[in-house]
Design a protein around this ligand. Sequence first.
Ligand code: B1M
Length: 225
Amino acid sequence: MSDLERLSVVIENGHIWEVRNLVQRLLEGGLPPEEIVRRGFMPGLLETGRKFEQQKIFIPEMLLAARTVKLGCETIRTWMGSPKPTGRKIVLGVVAEDLHDIGKNLVAIAMTSAGIPVVDLGVDVAPEQFVQAVELDPSVALVGISALLTTTLGAMRDTVQALRSCSTAGRIKILVGGAPVTEAFAKEIGADLYTNNAFAAAAAARAILDAESWPETEQAELKCV
Ligand code: B1M
């Protein structure tokens, strides 16, 4: 079994004591963090979700798998480091009534390593908390919203709406993501950008911040919705 396959199994079985060394070894072997997430973390978590649906495992096992991934993420975060940050920040959070934060945490790691300072609001964040975070800090240029439950997509819509109607709406771009989010949904709710993985989100965010005058051609290149 390869180290990547082993990583999936370690996550699925919640073997928390093995994850750090495994991730470290993969990183030292030259595998990019996004590949470790895509080919190691994701299959392990998807299998965990499948077993949960089939009632072969229950919440405690899901929690253990999540904790194992968190330690893996921590290892990646340390490895990636954080370059000199830009002046402008991103506010990040998981929508109201959603407690799934692994995706959001990966986005935070990727943003930090792309030099974008993160204001992390955590999970179960109400629309007004997002708005307040933007209004309080004039250096916030981006807002990233994550959701993982189909039942919380409505909260994502409400959050985008609240941000669009706040006094500082003109200064921010809104990024959305999470397993049930699609490009079509992002467009429908009026988000500026959808990406299906954390590292693509950071690359797009970086490009947005680097494009000072924000010309239309560059917007198109970023596949803004
Ligand atoms: Co939950 N859970 N869970 N869970 N859980 C799912 C999501 C589920 C699919 C499992 C299943 O039944 N197969 C299912 C949802 C079904 C649905 O919505 N249709 C489910 C359910 C039902 C529930 C509960 C309702 C269970 C219950 O209580 N009966 C409950 C809800 C709690 C709540 O939120 N209110 C619940 C609870 C939990 C735990 C707390 C035990 C735990 C979460 C712990 C934690 O996050 N700290 C948990 C877990 C671990 C899962 C699974 C197994 C893994 C989720 C995950 O972390 N995925 C999940 C099964 C599955 O996914 N199939 C499941 C990996 C993560 C990296 O993916 O967030 O999509 P994701 O991020 C990706 C991209 O989407 C993107 O980047 C990442 C990749 O690079 N991305 C962005 C994410 N956010 C982005 C933002 C961006 C850009 C990209 O820009 C801003």
